[in-house]
Design a protein around this ligand. Structure first.
Ligand code: G
Ligand code: MN
Length: 398
């Protein structure tokens, strides 16, 4: 018989890999150990959570397999300890009494797998193999990012990223891109984007990624709001300031503080919420947005046409302003389908009494097509790149 390729396990990927096993039930522990050893793994067994945590200090493990209910220190705490130091070491949690809350906690805290007893040997081996694959993917991803010169992602240990993140927080600055009304050749405001001088987290996406991995979104959002407020208090932009919010920012209570840095400027601030993220994951989002409106902020729905689509984002956000994503705007003067699509969008928004801004305008052809469709407000490299000061481009043209 000639077995299919997928039936042959990739032994090289698993052989000699080190598993830290934390399990206090002797029969289960012995079964796991036997199964894993027979499959070629090296197993370090501990019946006590604190002892397992201590063993972690020695390092060199490829997978952690831990019972949730352990004497000494429970599996969830062990998981937290692992995550505090290593973002790539897979942790599989095992439980005899499955319940939703712990399963959710396990996943939130970064468990790679969650299995319930009794665990069949086959299932155990599958989970461990899967965890090892995830570890390899994490390593490859890091290498790939390294090729792009993104140093932050080459670091697997949390402490390293944390240091870079702290330094980066100190080195943040804002750039501002004008938003124009081409109809009356006027600048109506600017959109603020965060940048950093830190070579460790050079672009906004790696900064966001680090914030996400460290669960430090709050700090990043607050830093951005302080910088924007500083800009508004200084020379100030000639009109509105559009400030991007991540949906995580919506969960930061500091955003709703009436003494917060942006609060004194609320009437001039438009908070942008992107349609790219799952807005329905924010609890009580409607009430939260209402609170912001009550403080005087206006709300824009960002990246329209690029997101999860459907009508939910509209219904949930009830935006004052809508920003059309640059992917829709690109070449709308050359492609009829795009042109029609943007035209309908502009029409519907007008019917609803919403102001529309088109993003990513790079050529005069796109600008003129938007004007013809009744969308005079736009933004893009054609007018100006984002700059550290509030640039006001000369708006001349037919
Ligand atoms: O997806 P989002 O709207 O957040 O993208 C914002 C980024 O788009 C900013 O970093 C800004 O520099 C960039 N950007 C601004 N105007 C243009 C443009 O006309 N073309 C392109 N390709 N990017 C732009
Ligand atoms: Mn935006």
């Amino acid at each position: 018989m000639n077995p299919g390729k997928q039936d042959i396990p990739d032994v090289s990927a698993t052989h000699g890999r080190r598993v830290l096993l934390a399990e206090d039930e002797v029969t289960v522990a012995e079964l796991f150990e036997t199964v894993l050893r027979q499959a070629g793994y090296k197993v370090d067994m501990h019946a006590d959570g604190a002892a397992a945590a201590h063993a972690l200090d020695g390092g060199g493990y490829d997978v952690v397999l831990s019972d949730i209910n352990l004497p000494g220190l429970d599996g969830l705490t062990l998981l937290e300890m692992v995550r505090r130091r290593d973002l790539d070491l897979p942790v599989i949690l095992v439980t005899g009494a499955p319940d939703m809350t712990t399963a959710i906690k396990a996943v939130e805290r970064g468990a790679t797998g969650y299995i319930t007893k009794p665990v069949l040997p086959q299932k155990l081996l599958e989970e461990v193999r899967r965890a090892l694959s995830l570890r390899r993917i994490a390593g490859i991803r890091r290498q790939a990012l390294g090729m792009k010169g993104d140093a932050a992602h080459q670091i697997g240990d949390r402490a390293g990223i944390e240091v870079h993140f702290e330094t980066t927080l100190q080195s943040l600055y804002m750039v501002f891109q004008p938003i124009v009304n081409w109809g009356d050749r006027r600048v109506i405001g600017h959109e603020a984007f965060v940048r950093s001088t830190s070579p460790m987290l050079p672009d906004p996406s790696s900064l966001l990624d680090a914030a996400e991995r460290l669960d430090r979104f709050g700090d990043l959002g607050r830093a951005v709001r302080v910088l924007c407020a500083r800009a508004l208090a200084g020379e100030g932009p000639p009109g509105l300031l559009f400030v991007n919010l991540h949906i995580r920012d919506l969960m930061d209570e500091a955003l709703y503080d009436r003494q917060g840095p942006l609060a004194p400027f609320a009437e001039r601030v438009v908070l942008e919420i992107t349609e790219r993220s799952r807005l329905d994951t924010v609890p009580e989002i409607k009430g939260r947005l209402q609170q912001l409106r009550d403080m005087g902020f206006r709300i824009a729905l960002d990246d329209l046409g690029a997101g999860y689509a459907g009508l939910t984002s509209f219904a949930v956000v009830e935006p004052d302003i809508v920003k059309i994503d640059r992917d829709l705007v690109r070449n709308l003067d050359r492609e009829m389908t795009r042109n029609k699509l943007v035209g309908s969008l502009v029409q519907v928004c007008a019917d609803m009494g919403l102001q529309v801004v088109a993003e990513g305008v790079e050529r005069p052809g796109e600008r003129d097509a938007l004007s013809e469709l009744g969308c005079p407000c736009m933004q893009g490299y054609l007018f100006a790149h984002p700059e550290p000061d509030f640039s006001v481009p000369v708006l001349e043209g037919p």
